[in-house]
Design a protein around this ligand. Structure first.
Ligand SMILES: Cc1ncc(COP(=O)(O)O)c(C=O)c1O
Ligand SMILES: N[C@@H](CCOP(=O)(O)O)C(=O)O
Length: 469
């Protein structure tokens, strides 16, 4: 391991940067995603030494090699300790055995009730830390299918040097998700409902990054998982769960419900760091581009269909590019050519050998809405566990991929109260919001509706930046 971790772009045409620089940059200027130049690998003894750490201290240790040369361990420890103070469970990400050998890793004990808080609470503090040395503010423009936006707003509301504009697809989030975003009145927050899908929102964000003068003008930055810092901050919970179940002396498997492919990529990164992860599997809803790819090498974009798991109503999964880069042995030219062709044609041609490699490393299962409801119902009947629709898809994927003697951990990505309609339909029981959100439906909302037009959204971002000065 070198003394400075640097980051390179998956498209190969960006100057290598350190952790603080890529935190602020978000997306690489060549349109690629930043990746660590090398993987830090922990020995079995190093993993074992982390077993006794609290979650925040473990997180600092796991993230430290990715921040080497930019943010030291002592600072990371302080930031992590502060980030997880307001979680409502002492274990931060507790494990619940819901079937024999099958565990839910509950990632929804943060303020906005979804796994996004696990990284976003830390990111807010990392931004503050890094911006303390800068003389100009940043403008974060984020795309959300519901959870990233609320977590980002919660983490960044009221922060002095940060303007935030969150784009969500109009009418395609749950009412709880929308209200978690639109009822926050802090002046640095702006919500825009786009006439389109999450993919349209994400495309707008990427188009803004591709517009160099605009990027410079507003000091554009990102908190979507295109930002490597998000992935780095999502690795520790896989480590924590695996160590609790016997790693590194025993392998552990993970199942992850997937949309933008960031969460499972964090698990995959933990495997690259030497954590003995046996199986990695993903679950998708009817927007199944990733499961189609993993089962039959069909990576072709179809129309996004609304589903009961709206956070995963995504067709173009940003983080797949990072996996592709790795599967291509970091051949950035090949990665760039494949991604450009995908952008142009909506179809990705992945060489058969590369696909076989992917297929061997990650498996996938798709559930439609009827299957999702039936899975939620049967989990509740068998285990009295109220899973939200995303988690239920993960549980089904985990059960399908399970091997005897190897614990299977499913990422429970959201609290059931974020998706009450589906939960009531499946179980007949209304999941209550926790006390801090009990009056969510009485709070006034504030957001603008805009067409899916780049120039219109750029003007809205400019106007927000001007207002906050
Ligand atoms: C509740 C929930 N589950 C699963 C996912 C999928 O995670 P990822 O996009 O990291 O694949 C998301 C968002 O993307 C989500 O909000
Ligand atoms: N499901 C996400 C989609 C954005 O994913 P991210 O990995 O870029 O944060 C959401 O809830 O917004």
């Amino acid at each position: 391991m070198g003394s400075h971790m640097r980051y390179i772009s998956t498209r190969g045409d960006a100057t290598p940067r350190n952790f603080s620089e890529i935190l602020l940059a978000g997306l690489a200027p060549d349109g690629g995603l930043y990746m660590p130049e090398s993987w830090p690998v922990f020995s079995a003894d190093r993993w074992r030494s982390l077993r006794a750490e609290s979650y925040p201290d473990l997180a600092a240790e796991v993230i430290a090699p990715f921040a080497e040369g930019a943010i030291d361990l002592a600072t990371l420890r302080l930031l992590c300790r502060d980030a997880y103070v307001h979680f409502d469970h002492p274990a931060i990400a507790p494990l619940r055995e819901i079937e024999d050998g099958l565990f839910a890793m509950e990632l929804f004990h943060g303020p906005t009730l979804a796994f996004k808080d696990m990284a976003m609470q830390l990111l807010g503090r990392l931004f503050d830390h890094v911006l303390a040395d800068q003389d100009r503010p940043v403008t974060i423009v984020g795309a959300t299918s519901g959870d990233t936006g609320s977590a980002a707003i919660e983490a960044l509301a009221g922060r002095k040097r940060i303007n935030v504009v969150i784009l969500h697809p109009d009418g395609r989030t749950s009412a709880v998700q929308r209200r978690q975003m639109t009822t926050v009145q802090a002046p640095n927050i702006c919500n825009i409902a786009i006439d389109g899908t999450f993919d349209d929102c994400q495309d707008l964000v990427k188009a803004m990054f591709a517009d160099a003068p605009f990027r410079e003008e507003v000091g554009l930055s990102a908190v979507n998982s295109i930002n490597w810092a998000r992935i780095a901050a999502q690795i520790p919970y896989y480590v924590r769960a695996a160590l609790a179940l016997g790693a590194p002396d025993r392998p552990v498997s993970f199942a992850v419900p997937t949309g933008n492919f960031g969460n499972v990529l964090a698990a995959w990164a933990a495997r690259k760091m030497g954590l003995p992860i046996a199986k990695l599997c993903i679950g998708s809803n009817r927007n199944d581009i990733l499961t189609r790819f993993l089962t039959s090498n069909d990576m072709s974009v179809r129309q996004v269909q609304p589903s009961l798991s709206p956070s995963m109503d995504i067709q173009v999964s940003s983080n797949f590019e990072r996996l592709l880069f790795e599967l291509l042995d970091r051949d950035a030219q090949a990665c760039s050519a494949i991604m450009q062709e995908f952008r142009k044609t909506g179809r990705m041609s992945v060489p058969q050998g590369v696909w076989e490699h992917a297929h061997a490393q990650i498996s996938g299962l798709r559930l439609d809405d009827v299957e999702t409801l039936s899975e939620m119902r049967s989990i509740y009947t068998r285990s009295l566990y109220q899973a939200d629709p995303h988690t239920a898809i993960g549980i089904a994927a985990g059960r399908a991929a399970r091997e005897p003697g190897v614990p299977m951990v499913v990422a429970a990505t959201a609290h059931p109260a974020k998706f009450p309609d589906a939960v009531v339909e499946a179980t007949g029981i209304h999941p209550a919001l926790p006390p801090h959100l009990a009056d969510l439906f009485d709070r006034p909302e504030r957001f603008d509706r805009r067409p899916n037009t780049l120039g219109v959204i750029q003007d809205a971002v400019r106007a927000h930046v001007a207002r906050t000065h």
